[in-house]
Design a protein around this ligand. Structure first.
Ligand SMILES: NC(=O)c1ccc[n+]([C@@H]2O[C@H](COP(=O)([O-])OP(=O)(O)OC[C@H]3O[C@@H](n4cnc5c(N)ncnc54)[C@H](OP(=O)(O)O)[C@@H]3O)[C@@H](O)[C@H]2O)c1
Length: 272
């Protein structure tokens, strides 16, 4: 269930339209789902509304009554303007980014900087949610980049794990964080959306505990150096707004179950 927000805002919500860009993506699909469940009207933007990979959106509860899908390419400013026109809020999730990790980080940082500058100039009420690596059940039929991070440890394609750490967050919590910062007038600035940080060694241990049937690596590729220490961060700002983060172990469990259910990961047959 979405977190309780003080006050009865059900009447105001029913009249509000939120635009979600890149609505068919991993995170955005969860935003659309939770917004519809809360009673919002949603305008989802897609590059190709007729692509079967976006079909799951039409099956969401409330979609028939309150979801419209419009064709938008972020690189076509006019199509963006038309999509956001008349909306009370915009959850901007779509991102034409590269797979190269350095260019990815650069692109995201520059895009956010530009958003802050334009928001200041035009008087737009901008709040930014910065998620770490996002995992959890997939609503969409295709697999996204952050989920592949986990899949490779289950298929046997990763023979060792790296001497590295990574922070994780559940996809539902990312969607809830966006709704919370939208609904709370006091929300401002940037919100780090992270549950906890794990060394890859801890990650594979959790996976092996829940799913011992898969060929999960047990050896670090770097046997010389001590284990890299996890990043230190605080998610207090979102917890203070009322977000209760899903523990990373539950998040990993749900991710693997979803990969199995969606047919991205075969389920090994149990031996008699
Ligand atoms: N997943 C993570 O771990 C993570 C962590 C931090 C931040 N983020 C950010 O969160 C956002 C969503 O990530 P995700 O994991 O949900 O990715 P995703 O499933 O790959 O979704 C990305 C979406 O962006 C859309 N898109 C790409 N180029 C576009 C363009 N030129 N015009 C319009 N739409 C375009 C894609 O639409 P098509 O289907 O048409 O390609 C897709 O719906 C991204 O901005 C990503 O950088 C993700």
């Amino acid at each position: 269930m979405p977190p309780a927000v003080p006050g009865d805002e059900s009447s105001s919500i029913s009249g509000q339209t939120i635009c979600v860009t890149g609505a068919g993506g991993f995170i955005a699909s969860w935003m659309v789902k939770l917004l519809l469940e809360k009673g919002y009207t949603v305008r989802g933007t897609l590059r190709n509304p007729d692509d079967p990979k976006n079909g799951h959106l039409k099956e969401l509860e409330g979609a028939k009554e309150r979801l419209t899908l419009v064709k938008v390419d972020l690189l076509d400013l006019n199509s963006v303007k038309q999509a956001v026109n008349g909306c009370h809020g915009v959850f901007h999730t779509a991102s034409p980014v590269t797979d190269n990790p350095n260019w990815y980080c650069y692109g995201k940082a520059v895009a956010e900087q530009a958003a802050w500058e334009v928001a200041k100039e035009k008087g737009v009420d901008l709040v930014v949610v910065n998620p770490v690596l996002v995992l959890g059940p997939l609503l969409q039929p295709t697999i996204n980049a952050s989920t592949i991070h986990i899949l490779k440890y289950l298929t046997g394609s990763a023979k060792t794990y790296a001497n590295a750490t990574q922070a994780y967050v559940h996809v539902r919590d990312v969607a809830l964080a966006h709704i919370l910062v939208y609904e709370k007038p006091s929300a401002s600035g940037r919100y780090l959306c992270a549950e906890s940080s794990l060394h890859r060694g801890e990650l594979v241990e959790i996976l092996a505990k829940y799913f011992p049937e898969y060929p999960i690596p047990t050896r670090c590729s770097d046997e010389k150096n001590p284990r890299v220490k996890p990043h230190i961060f605080s998610n207090k700002k979102l917890r203070d707004l009322g977000l209760e983060f899903t523990p990373v172990s539950q998040c990993l469990y749900e991710t693997v179950k979803s990969l199995q259910e969606q047919g991205h990961l075969s389920v090994p047959k149990k031996e008699d």
